[in-house]
Design a protein around this ligand. Structure first.
Ligand SMILES: C[S@@+](CC[C@H](N)C(=O)[O-])C[C@H]1O[C@@H](n2cnc3c(N)ncnc32)[C@H](O)[C@@H]1O
Length: 261
């Protein structure tokens, strides 16, 4: 079955047949419009993860995308579901904006199985972020696993200086300001684009750069556009790039995924 066909089936045989059957012409037109917009995105995402049938990745990505379309799930939860389709125990991964540590903790749970395998690097420029992430990890991880997470107070544009080229499975960015922290201390377009460029150097084949970009704060829209422009310039022979947004919730974060083929 082609990815387009399977995506159509996914939507047509969705969990809400009664709703779809009751749809009048108006709703049907809207669904068709949505489908036209969605199919290329879904195909891209399916292509991204078609590499590992052993992990049933297609099913996991379909679940993430179905939740995105039908439930309006939180952007973070969609991103985490996609990560789960890519990351394996034993991988090295980087949280490029650790903030309060929730994404770092999620990554640690995905890659660290014992003291011998899996490694997480968490970066943030602010001491308060390093402190909050440290507290969360100390509380939530057993000591052996905690020892496999390294937190560094460092600008993410330097991340290619701390790991080898093509050695990292996933680099995630959650842009903007630290929740509950100083709202004037934000990620900035120029350093973020440098950091995504650095991430592209360290990502291994079949590895993913995941970027959550907020547009509701000053500078956020410019940063998002700068990142999107850089990502759009990556050659499609080597990279699969996709972008998810809630079209009728303009202040919701955008999700950009960049998979190295
Ligand atoms: C939205 S928060 C991250 C939230 C975090 N992922 C979590 O789970 O709580 C963005 C973070 O990026 C950090 N930041 C800003 N500029 C940075 C830079 N150049 N390098 C690394 N981190 C930066 C901020 O200090 C802030 O903590």
């Amino acid at each position: 079955m082609s990815s387009r066909a399977s995506v159509s089936n996914l939507i047509c045989s969705s969990r809400r047949p009664a709703m779809v059957a009751a749809a009048g012409g108006e709703l049907q037109r809207k669904l068709q419009g949505l489908l036209g917009w969605l199919l290329p995105v879904l195909s891209n995402i399916q292509m991204m993860f078609g590499h590992d049938p052993g992990l049933n990745t297609e099913r996991k990505v379909e679940t993430a995308v179905t939740d995105f379309v039908l439930d309006g799930s939180k952007t973070t939860s969609i991103a985490h579901k996609v990560w789960r389709s890519v990351v394996r125990p034993g991988d090295t991964v980087i949280d490029a904006t650790c903030g309060n540590g929730h994404d770092t903790l999620e990554l640690a749970r995905l890659v660290i199985q014992d003291e011998n395998a899996g490694f997480v690097i968490g970066l943030d420029l602010q001491q308060s972020a390093i402190d909050n992430t440290t507290s969360l990890l100390d509380r939530e991880l057993e000591p052996k696993k905690r020892g496999k997470v390294n937190l560094l107070q460092l600008c993410h544009s330097q991340l290619d200086k701390i790991v080898d080229e093509a050695s990292v499975r996933l680099v995630c960015f959650n842009l903007g300001y630290q929740p509950g922290g100083d709202k004037s201390f934000i990620t900035r377009a120029e350093s973020t684009v440098s950091a995504v460029r650095a991430a592209a150097k360290v990502i291994q084949p079949q590895g993913l750069i995941s970027i959550m970009s907020y547009v509701g704060h000053p500078g956020g829209q410019e940063e998002f556009e700068a990142v999107r422009e850089f990502v759009a310039s990556l050659p499609s022979s080597d990279w699969v790039c996709s972008h998810l947004e809630w079209t009728n919730r303009p202040l919701c974060p955008h999700l950009i995924f960049v998979l190295r083929k």
